[in-house]
Ligand binder design. Structure first.
Ligand code: HEM
Length: 444
């Protein structure tokens, strides 16, 4: 018998063995996973937990913890856990322990605590977006950006924004609806995409200067979208995976850096150019596009027509003071930010063991909870802002509540204020409170 004749059965045997080995490995892996999941569940149900730490939300998968539930539906997650565990509970978010503190008192605990114990930089560093420089540099940047929002500057920005928006509406294909012959007819457009582009272009023009804007096209908003795509819960666990979304994020970051470095170099070469109203800030611009799909369009529209139309039907230029006296639009924005705050969770890393005030939550009358050093705390503006114990008809989008002199929304500084205990916090509170509020509202 030749060697060749022997080859065939050996091949078959080898293939069979490979198949069998693969199947065995698969079965082993699945079983091992099941055992890990089971042990993890039993550990939570049977083993006594540390009574001085807040209760931990039950989760099937170790490491992943409650990330999927929290990420998919934060409202249901927070509210269900509040019913089960109370106002203070801990959940596992991709390998990290995050303690949620609900109610205004919880918010005060997280956002009003001393910065040596509650650290924002560490909490956000993992995502690598805003706090990518040391604290003292970041504070300088924040001050620098804030100085751009003086009333004098905002007055100057209004005309620029109007010009940008008018040009956008005139030239963008989304505003050309086939079949419509007159501007008085109604059409529809992709609000999310258009608002994102308008936001980038107006922010660039006002905050960063004309030459930045002139060198920027609409595709720039795609770069922001790519950056945003790299800002997911997965980044918490694995900041550098070989995934397409990560590659796009890094390419966008590189392209943006080159773009801005080039402009800064040119500015340094020509320091005499007039950049009175210009600013370059490295912090990510957190402009958020908002929509008014539920707005009482007739009243918003009437208000606009009343303020800005000339007797001959044309529109007059918008002034900064006009924008400060649009109560209907103002209440729509406030109400949209109440129900849909762009930032639903604000986190801090705990730098030392921190006791939870017993007035917020405690294991028993004579014991207190301790939040261990190295873990995270979370306050949720969203849950406060839709709390039925605080707001009448909390889940109803009702801009009129902002003009109701007897409602909570207008009860002055004691209820809806800048304080860390306020139940209305779309712009956060405390040391890290947003600096961009003046851009949204003339009278914050
Ligand atoms: C609808 C618009 C906006 C909303 C809802 C919003 C919301 C927020 C919130 C909730 C925080 C607090 C984050 C924390 O405590 O960890 C924050 C911080 C911040 N916002 Fe905004 N923001 C808006 C617009 C802007 C604009 C236009 C700018 C400036 C260009 C801006 C710049 C910042 C900065 C620099 C911080 C960080 C402050 C710090 O950590 O010290 N935001 N924003």
């Amino acid at each position: 018998m030749s060697y060749r004749a022997l080859d065939a059965p050996i091949d078959v045997l080898a293939r069979h063995l490979t198949k069998a080995t693969l199947t065995t490995w698969l079965i082993l892996i699945v079983n091992a996973l099941l055992v890990v999941i089971l042990l993890n569940a039993l550990r939570q149900k049977i083993l006594p937990r540390n009574a001085s730490h807040p209760p931990i939300v039950f989760h099937w998968f170790p490491i992943i913890g409650s990330a999927i539930w929290y990420g998919n539906d934060p409202i249901a997650f927070f509210q269900t856990c509040q019913e089960r565990y109370g106002n203070v509970f801990t959940f596992i978010l991709l390998g990290r322990k995050v303690t949620v503190a609900l109610t205004p008192k919880g918010s005060n605990f997280v956002l009003g605590g001393k910065s040596t114990a509650f650290n924002a930089e560490e909490a956000y560093k993992l995502l690598g977006v805003v706090y990518d420089v040391p604290n003292e540099i970041f504070m300088q940047q924040k001050k620098f950006v804030k100085s751009g929002f003086s009333t004098e500057n905002l007055r100057a920005y209004v005309g620029m924004v109007e010009e940008e928006v008018a040009e956008f509406v005139k030239t963008d294909r989304r505003f050309r609806t086939p079949g419509l012959t007159s501007a008085d007819e109604w059409g529809s457009f992709d609000a999310v995409g258009a608002m994102a582009e308008i936001t980038i272009l107006t922010a660039a023009r006002t905050l960063q200067g004309k030459e930045v804007r002139d060198n920027m096209d609409k595709s720039f908003s795609q770069l922001y979208a790519d950056l945003d795509g790299g800002f997911t819960p997965l980044n918490f666990l694995f900041p550098n995976l070989p995934l397409p979304s990560y590659r796009k994020r890094d390419a966008a970051q590189k392209k943006m850096s080159e773009f801005y470095i080039d402009i800064m170099t040119k500015r340094k070469e020509n320091p005499d150019d007039n950049h009175h109203y210009d600013m370059i800030a490295s912090a990510t611009l957190a402009w958020t596009s908002f929509t008014l799909p539920l707005a009482p369009m007739n009243t918003v529209y009437e208000e606009q027509v009343e303020r800005f139309s000339n007797p001959d039907g044309t529109l007059r230029p918008i002034g900064y003071d006009d924008l400060c006296s649009l109560p209907v639009l103002d209440s729509c924005l406030r109400e949209t930010l109440r129900m849909h705050p762009p930032i639903h969770s604000i986190m801090r890393q705990v730098r030392e063991d921190v006791p939870v005030p017993p007035t917020l939550a405690a294991p028993s009358e004579d014991e207190i909870y301790i939040i261990p050093k190295g873990t995270y705390v979370l306050a949720s503006p969203l849950i406060l802002q839709i709390d039925p114990g605080i707001w009448d008809d909390a889940k109803k989008w009702n801009p009129a509540r902002w003009n109701d002199e007897y409602g909570i929304a207008t009860q002055g500084s004691s209820v809806v204020s800048k304080g860390t205990e306020s139940p209305y916090k779309p712009f956060g509170a405390g040391k890290h409170r947003c600096i961009g509020e003046q851009v949204m509202f003339c009278h914050p």
